[in-house]
Design a protein around this ligand. Sequence first.
Ligand SMILES: Nc1ncnc2c1ncn2[C@@H]1O[C@H](COP(=O)(O)OP(=O)(O)OP(=O)(O)O)[C@@H](O)[C@H]1O
Ligand SMILES: [Mg+2]
Length: 289
Amino acid sequence: MTEAAVQAAAKVSLRGVSKRFETKKGVLEALRPTTLDIAEGEFVVFVGPSGCGKSTLLNLIAGLEQPSEGEVLIDGKRVTGPGYDRLMLFQEHALFPWLNVLHNLEFSLKRKKNLNRRERREVARYYLTLVRLEKFENSYIHELSGGMRQRVALARALAPNPGILLMDEPFGALDALTRDELYIHLQEIWQKTKKTIIFVTHNVREAACLGDRVCVFSNRPGRIKSVFRIKLPRIRMMYDPAVSAEGARVLTELKTEVHESVDPRKSNEKTVNHDRILSLTGHTMGDGI
Ligand SMILES: Nc1ncnc2c1ncn2[C@@H]1O[C@H](COP(=O)(O)OP(=O)(O)OP(=O)(O)O)[C@@H](O)[C@H]1O
Ligand SMILES: [Mg+2]
């Protein structure tokens, strides 16, 4: 699709969206004016240095925050708050600890008025199997590992089949094998359901594996400084050399950004400080053995 066509048929439109936070120390500029059009069914990935405003932008699209300037449009309509058309999967899971795994998923389906109890259970079990947690449906959240909790959170986000899925580093806590499997499942689900997905990650290979487009953010206050179009066929595998090559392209761009933020004088100060703290605390080799 040409850029002009994407603009005309945009599912999500960011028009000069910026965000400033009032803090005790003054105004903190989290995001500089950002403009981007995302087509329906597109998979867009945001990568960038820590603190550059990726989660902030996702929160603005989710309607959990309001922009300081500009506007977010969904299907041409201005976002003024959260809506069922957008589902957010956070950096940390937000599961209900008082419900077991199956009930967590069923709860997310309650607003689907066309489903009866039995159908809700059927849908919930389908997604639990997808994330390979079918044997844990009766477990409570505190009984699961971090990675398992994140998989339940993914299943819960997918189950109601929202039009737009906002995913904030959802796979950070997963082991490599589970993650690779989920990359495949996520691409399959995305292809089947034609969801629009906006996905935040620090992992450039993950970005190249999943994204139709990868948006690289500048340092804080961030803005989208370059956009890579990844034209590889689906379903992409994480360790495909073509995916690695695309990831390397994104990494090169990202590295210039991260390096720009490193002030060698400051990193030297950190070393001096480190030595001083160790001497103050009486650290000697072999302490504690
Ligand atoms: N509610 C808030 N109040 C004040 N400052 C905030 C708030 N939310 C975010 N910030 C600040 O805005 C900046 C951008 O934060 P954000 O969480 O969007 O970064 P990020 O790109 O998601 O980083 P990371 O990759 O580490 O998750 C940071 O400096 C953060 O401290
Ligand atoms: Mg974040």
